[in-house]
Design a binder for this molecule. Structure first.
Ligand code: DC
Length: 234
């Protein structure tokens, strides 16, 4: 069967990665969490002091650091999930902290960083058969993706979902801190100059505020056949 690229973009904490992962499993495609690359770079820049706690970045040092930075994903059979490795270390847990979430949008605004990540993503998608979730996959990284989905959902519902995910590892997280982080990230992601978050004209809109994962998958299965035939040029 023809292999395609499925691009899933949308606002923070709309459940893009759970949805994308489930699609990848069902289709036996590779799932790529593109936000993890921006988060890993943010961690590296913070660790080296190139990114300060008030989000200032030494651009020259950043360019040099990028040349020394190697990021890859490795599938962990035990938990059946792919994990992020930064210069050989498993950083999957560290990159999910609220600290990194608070800083990552400032790093993702920088054109050189976006070019670095785009190159990795285009290599990973060369053979197609991938599901990628992010902010600019359908608009900038793979504008020729056969199937594009843009996800949104109610801000409060997103914040509650995100808090539930964070609490086991960060018991001091509050609904207020999560809400303000989501609003701030949405604002920066949507207003940056390079590849801002927006719905591609040919993307399907999925508002999952009141949908379970099974309902989202039902919707997905209903639209998928339209994008798998050979003469599809959506
Ligand atoms: O999906 P996420 O929350 O892990 O993404 C983290 C940040 O990375 C998000 O605030 C914006 C940025 N990002 C981006 O600019 N472009 C992408 N394709 C993916 C993520």
């Amino acid at each position: 069967m023809k292999k395609i690229i499925i691009a899933i973009d949308g606002y923070s904490s709309t459940g893009k990665s759970s949805f994308a992962r489930r699609i990848a499993t069902e289709m036996e495609y590779i799932y790529i969490d593109t936000g993890a690359l921006y988060r890993a770079i943010t961690l590296q820049l913070a660790k080296t002091g190139i990114l300060t706690s008030d989000n200032r970045i030494d651009r020259d040092a950043m360019k040099q650091e990028l040349q020394r930075t190697e990021i890859h994903f490795q599938f962990n059979e035990a938990i059946q999930k792919s994990e992020t490795f930064l210069n050989g270390d498993n950083v999957e847990e560290q990159i999910r902290s609220l600290q990194i979430a608070n800083q990552v949008s400032y790093v993702a605004e920088i054109p050189e960083i976006r070019a670095y990540v785009d190159q990795i993503l285009r290599d990973l998608g060369r053979e197609r058969g991938v599901v990628m979730d992010g902010r600019d996959i359908g608009t900038a990284v793979f504008p020729d993706a056969e199937l594009k989905i843009f996800m949104t959902s109610d801000l409060h519902i997103r914040a509650e979902r995100r808090l539930k995910d964070l609490l086991p590892n960060q018991p001091d997280a509050t609904l207020e801190s999560v809400l303000s982080n989501l609003q701030e990230r949405d604002r920066i992601d949507s207003s940056r100059e390079t590849h801002p978050l927006m719905q591609a004209p040919d993307a399907l809109l999925l508002d999952n505020s009141h949908l379970t994962m099974d309902q989202q998958m039902e919707w997905f299965q209903s639209i998928l056949p339209n994008y798998l035939n050979d003469d599809c040029n959506h």
